[in-house]
Design a binder for this molecule. Structure first.
Ligand code: DQA
Length: 147
């Protein structure tokens, strides 16, 4: 079955209790459940993961490349710092959609730059947990187009 890796970066394990005014009240488990339901509708198996370690995210992107999976990623704080993530995406030649719960462009200046965006197919931000579903739809649509 076709696969989408949904990768989540640091501190996203704390969703629900982490700054709910910014990130909402949905927990990461709530988001996983709604991604799995959307995946089913779209005909994709969802492999949903979270890590607080940059290297895990790099290895998972490489794995997605090997398995020819699509990738939806919320790189969290590594968005703004990680050359390694950009390099991994380039090297793995995976199709990536970047998602953020908050509108990073309406926040502090250091959040306005993303190392991932230049190598992403597109970016969704500011729609809370719904952004993950929009991202899955966008990935499925772009995969259909490429066939
Ligand atoms: C985030 C935005 C990042 O700036 C922040 O470091 C996060 C979460 C978001 O989903 O809005 O941890 O990626």
């Amino acid at each position: 079955m076709k696969q989408i890796f949904v990768l989540n970066g640091p501190n996203l394990n704390l969703l629900g209790k982490r700054e709910p005014g910014i990130y909402g009240v949905a927990t990461l488990d709530d988001i996983r459940i709604s991604c799995e339901a959307a995946g089913k509708e779209l005909g994709y198996n969802i492999d949903f993961r979270q890590s607080n370690y940059e290297g895990d995210l790099v290895s998972w992107i490489q794995e997605a490349g090997e398995k020819e999976a699509l990738v939806l990623i919320n790189p969290a704080a590594y968005t703004h710092t990680s050359v390694a993530l950009q390099d991994a995406i380039r090297a793995a030649r995976v199709t990536v959609v970047e998602v953020h719960l908050s509108n990073i462009h309406a926040r502090e200046a250091f959040r306005h730059h993303s190392y991932v965006s230049p190598v992403a197919q597109g970016v969704i931000c500011g729609f809370g947990a719904e952004g993950y579903i929009l991202g899955l739809r966008a990935l499925a649509a772009s995969a259909t187009k490429q066939q």
